[in-house]
Design a protein around this ligand. Structure first.
Ligand SMILES: Cc1cc2nc3c(=O)[nH]c(=O)nc-3n(C[C@H](O)[C@H](O)[C@H](O)COP(=O)(O)OP(=O)(O)OC[C@H]3O[C@@H](n4cnc5c(N)ncnc54)[C@H](O)[C@@H]3O)c2cc1C
Length: 458
């Protein structure tokens, strides 16, 4: 297999060139300034405009719409949240944990509603997620997850255990001993969604400024090198890129997730492989992997494993780590050996954002007018929608079911200063890879590696 294009598959599917958006070159005043034109920023603008059409809103991006994780991700629109149900129950009580779960499931219905209403074609397919267990340790993990799920009182049909025969009805994973299925996920093309959303919010009267890096966010003021925006409210929607802004250097760490895409695969491949409803897929290893069958019958497949870069550095070079891309090819072949001989047409990567306590949050400081949302780890496609709806309520002063969810106004601590940050994150990464290597030999490891556990606050 030979790699070809170094860039997201999704970028080829949307027209960037024909939209010329202005740069911010003179001071302006608006009701709401939104920093970042990814899902978080654009969903916030969308729901604000729907709720209060008179508000003047400016979105300011350092690059262009969808430049960040929103234009590069695996396209899992899931109900996954970075903090587990048990962690939420421990922090906020079981009822709040359940409310959060219900809200997350509701995101999928809400996004489906909006894309239908606004005619956003983003290759949506609500097929659920199938996760394979490919060794005995992984199978135990699958069983435990389903047991914990039913013990927590969440709806049983949210997560079902699959035997080896049952998983074969979803996908023909090599060596699958069983696994799980949840209906709570849709596959989508993220670039089509983020660009579609940008056009919708512009249609509602929102201004979007591109190529305008924000240097500082202070009380009611957003400053770039050339101009500033005075605003009653500011939404910081910069996720993994937050360390580029003076006030939020240690709010999250940018951790890279990397992806590959195959060429469109033949009808006979799909006949044998399954995923007929474009179920998103993964397996029960510790190091996250994720895949989807795209609307044009490729596999887009990704995983973590790229190193954290000292000082939270974000550069285009970090998107391409040949060892990680090769490992992704190898892993994909292990899952579906019939991929052998097909071309890998795209390799890419991007930075996602992780808060120190692995707890996503959104909120508003009424004193400064600064709102924020993020820390989604790899689950921001749908969580950002919940953030947008919640921030709109907070900014409009509307108390609602959303504004009392447990992640609202949660404050994560800052990450450690370097070199402790670098040592901690990269050590945990090594430990996770080691756990998978041990488990592949069918030996048992502890459920959450202790080092990783300390890092994610389990
Ligand atoms: C490879 C990869 C795969 C993933 N897969 C999935 C998945 O399958 N499912 C899922 O739920 N999540 C996934 N995620 C995570 C998900 O993509 C993100 O959580 C989500 O897109 C975050 O959206 P956002 O709008 O908050 O941030 P982003 O999309 O990162 O947007 C931030 C924006 O801020 C702009 N910006 C940065 N700095 C500045 C500045 N100083 N001034 C102005 N603007 C600035 C950037 O240009 C960017 O456009 C994945 C992430 C990656 C990288």
């Amino acid at each position: 297999m030979n790699a070809t294009v170094s860039g997201p598959l999704w970028s080829d599917t949307v027209a960037f060139g024909n939209i010329a958006r202005p740069n911010l070159i003179q001071d302006i005043e608006v009701d709401v300034a939104i920093v970042g034109a990814g899902f978080t920023g654009l969903w916030s603008a969308y729901y604000l405009k729907k709720q209060a059409p008179h508000l003047t809103i400016a979105v300011i991006d350092a690059n262009h719409v969808g430049f960040g994780a929103s234009g590069r991700n695996g396209g899992w629109c899931s109900a996954l949240f970075p903090a587990s149900f048990n962690k939420l129950a421990k922090l906020f009580g079981p009822d709040q944990a359940k409310r959060m779960h219900t809200a997350m499931v509701g995101n999928i219905t809400e996004i489906a509603r909006v894309i239908a209403l606004e005619n956003i074609d983003c290759d949506w397919s609500h097929g659920g997620t199938v996760i394979a267990a490919r060794n005995r340790v992984q199978l135990d993990r699958a069983r435990d997850e389903v047991k914990e799920h039913s013990a927590s009182g969440l709806p049983a049909n949210d997560l079902e255990f699959l035997s080896a025969d049952e998983i074969a009805n979803h996908a023909n994973f090599a060596g699958a001993l069983g696994g799980t299925f949840t209906p709570n996920c849709a596959a989508l093309n993220p670039a089509k969604l983020v660009h579609g959303l940008a056009q919708v919010v512009e249609g509602l009267g929102t201004q979007i400024f591109e190529k305008s890096p924000v240097l500082q966010i202070t009380k009611h003021k957003v400053s770039t090198a050339k101009a500033s925006v005075n605003a009653k409210f500011i939404v910081r929607a910069t996720e993994g890129y937050s360390p580029t802004i003076k006030q939020t250097r240690r709010a999250v760490v940018p951790v890279y997730s990397l992806m590959i895409a195959t060429e469109p695969l033949s009808a006979s491949f799909w006949q044998k492989t399954g995923l007929a409803r474009r179920q998103t897929f993964s397996d029960f290893r510790n190091l996250v992997i994720y895949g989807q069958r795209t609307a044009d019958n490729r596999i887009a497949f990704g995983g973590r494993g790229a190193p954290y870069h000292f000082g939270s550095q974000i550069t285009p070079q970090n998107d391409l780590v040949p060892e990680v891309h090769s490992l992704l090819e190898k892993t994909l072949l292990e899952l579906f050996p019939d991929v052998a001989g097909s071309k890998i047409t795209h390799t890419w990567g991007g930075a996602l954002g992780i808060a120190r306590d692995w707890m996503a949050s959104c909120g508003l400081d009424p004193e400064t007018g600064i709102a924020w949302a993020g820390g989604y780890v790899g689950d921001g496609v749908s969580t950002s929608n919940l953030a947008g709806r919640t921030l709109a309520d907070l900014i409009c002063g509307q108390s609602s079911d959303l504004t009392t969810l447990p992640w609202v106004n949660h404050r994560s601590p800052n990450w450690e200063v370097e070199p402790f940050r670098w040592i901690g994150i990269n050590s945990a990464l090594v430990a996770v890879k080691h756990a998978d290597a041990v488990e592949a030999k069918h030996e048992r490891t502890s459920k959450v590696n202790p080092l990783l556990g300390r890092l994610i606050g389990e």
